[in-house]
Design a binder for this molecule. Structure first.
Ligand code: G3H
Ligand code: 13P
Ligand code: ZN
Length: 307
């Protein structure tokens, strides 16, 4: 089976991106895997610090390894999302993660370099890949909240990669975390991305905060007792451009999966008030997540049939 290193380059060469889907329980991971099986796509299964704490370190690897056994034909990799310290990255590496993100984006440049390099030195000894971040995304990242975007500086990106030897870099070009990304029409700074690519040819880049916030889920949630008016995501056409015309190798999606899960759940509970068997609504949610992921892989990330 091809490894993550292969896909980091293949995705750039063959114009697609790997979805990096966050999960917090077995049901979400099952849905993501079923979706990837339909589209025949490689992907990353992401676990945030909060998700690691929620599931517990003794559960995460067994859940992931069980999924590997259940879906042996699909290449997928376990990734720590937004690790904020050396200690949490070390913990994930020691647990057996394939890839970790050290997010020093809120630190001064030199401190971000020093922290990232420390993680890289440890991770590479254990054949684990390291994603770093330069620039700041608006919105809420686990424990870090920022009110505005600070776009990635292309010159600094080159210096950062050279000094840290990280394997991939998350860039800030206008996306943000969560369900409220834009006031009006969504736009991304592809001009900045292009400059980064010129300075770092063929280097794997990562797009965070890339949920498209499907309005069908927003409507269902609002119609069935939720309250998320005004939720807006990134236009899928922009994500398609990022996947197929740029060196974005990995696209992070968390919010959309939460929306898919909750839309299904709220509707099912409202329409079946007599039900108190959680398998019933979880089954529908798993199917919805699977369909969402398969569609995203095939029609937006262009990762169908790339295994
Ligand atoms: O980028 C942040 C992810 O959406 C993780 O969110 O920390 O609430 O699990 P979380
Ligand atoms: P969204 O909130 O847009 O899904 O972003 C997820 C993310 O970047 C996880 O790291
Ligand atoms: Zn993120």
């Amino acid at each position: 089976m091809k490894d993550l290193k292969f896909y980091m380059q293949d995705s750039i060469k063959n114009h697609y991106a790997l979805g990096a889907y966050n999960f917090v329980n077995m049901e979400m991971l099952k849905g993501i895997c079923q979706g990837a099986k339909i589209s025949k796509s490689p992907f990353l299964a992401s676990v945030s610090e909060g998700a690691l704490e929620y599931m517990g370190e003794n559960f995460v690897l067994p859940i992931f390894n069980s999924a590997k056994k259940e879906f042996p034909e699909i290449p997928f990799f376990l990734h720590l999302d937004h690790g904020k310290s050396f200690e949490i990255c070390k913990k994930a590496i020691d647990l057996g993660f394939n890839s970790v993100m050290i997010d020093g984006s809120s630190l001064p440049f030199e401190e971000n370099i020093a922290l990232t390099k420390k993680v890289v030195d440890y991770a590479h000894k254990k054949n684990v890949f390291v994603e770093a971040e330069l620039g700041v995304l608006a919105g809420i990242e686990d424990n870090v909240k920022s009110d505005k975007n600070i776009f990635t500086n292309p010159l600094k990106a080159k210096e950062f990669v050279e000094k840290t030897n990280c394997d991939s870099l998350a860039v800030a070009i206008g996306t943000s975390h969560g369900a409220y990304k834009f006031k009006g029409k969504s736009t991304l700074r592809f001009d900045i991305l292009k400059e980064i690519e010129e300075k770092l040819p063929n280097f794997p880049l990562v797009l965070h905060g890339a949920s498209s916030v499907p309005q069908k889920y927003v409507e269902i949630i609002n119609n069935y007792g939720g309250k998320i008016e005004g939720a807006v995501g990134v236009d899928e056409k922009l994500l398609q451009t990022a996947s197929t015309e740029h060196n974005i190798y990995k696209i992070n999606t968390d919010t959309d999966l939460r929306l898919a899960y909750f839309a299904t759940l709220r509707k099912h509970l409202a329409e079946n008030p007599q039900n108190f068997d959680l398998r019933k609504f979880n089954q529908v949610a798993i199917k919805e997540i699977a369909n969402f992921v398969a569609d995203k892989n095939a029609n937006v990330f262009n990762s169908a049939n790339k295994i």
